[in-house]
Design a binder for this molecule. Sequence first.
Ligand SMILES: [Zn+2]
Ligand SMILES: [Zn+2]
Length: 373
Amino acid sequence: MIPKLPLDRINWLSSVFLIVTFFTAVIGTPIYIYHFGIDFFQVALFFVYFIGTGMSITLGYHRLFAHKAFKAGKTVKLTTLLLGASAFEDSALDWASDHRQHHKHVDHDEDDPYSISRGFFWAHMGWIFFKLYPRPLANVGDLKKDPLVMWQHAHHQRIAVLVGLVLPAVIGYLYGGWVSALGGFLIAGVTRVVCVQHCTFLINSLCHTLGNRPYDSRTSARDSWLMAIPTFGEGYHNYHHSFQHDYRNGVKPWQWDPTKWAIWTLSKLGLVTDLRRVPEEKIVLAELREMKMRVEAQIATGNTWKIHCPTREEAYETLLELSQQLSDSYVELEKAISDRIKISGDMLQRWKQAGAEVGEQLTLLRSLQPALA
Ligand SMILES: [Zn+2]
Ligand SMILES: [Zn+2]
């Protein structure tokens, strides 16, 4: 699908920056490495910068400033504002404003700034080519009261150049003279900016395309362990769109979410407080609701099966039975939550089991359904 592009309002500064940095990274950096080689220092500097700036976006710009998923002291705020600016993704204020707009109007062409409904490329980075300034910023009144956020908003471009490009060159120079300075600029500077930016862009493009939707299939956002790897845990995007104020995106203990682990560690060090968590029963309720919708859709298509097959009919009957149990569990859990009844671990386990059994039966049934494939 080719979206209708607003060619009359190209943002030349952002567009030239994205194109020049990209080609410098894919052409300039390999030429440098060919001539001068690459040592452990340059690789280490790249990764320190990649993780520092990348996680300042996920932990700082995203979960702290855009969603207020926890409270932070000045040290964490200042660090994430300085390093976040060095990812060249705008000020935290602009970023949070766009992102809150994305959550509020997700998948709506006009109001979601990076809606996937306008195509993969638009959601990934196309929208940045047409971003106009100044932004309205009507939805970030809370952040406007924060002097550190406003200071960064006024100076983010200078901070980005100094901390994101000049500093790695200076560190390189101190380590090994001018050749190393050029390496620091090209590898930990420009190439790292391109890598961090595309990892962030993936959250708006592939995380709305690839994966499954265990919490809510009415949104395009998806959960994918694969996407969680380059995005520091933001790949569990279906959960995130369902419960945006939770400090965790990978809510299950085994899910890869280094941003969640970093926030938890900072809380143990007393640097952040008030971590927001959605109660487990509400998460289970969302999973049951989603499973219930899927089963009901499957049952509705049951009578369209043309080929007689006893195994399939038997599986279908079992699904009907389990579906009834699931409905009962859903109503029971919903009532327990609204009546604020204390829910024990055993009770929660029983409801989880009801969802899991239906899920398994649904998978079995689908595998027996060649006529509809
Ligand atoms: Zn999203
Ligand atoms: Zn978000």
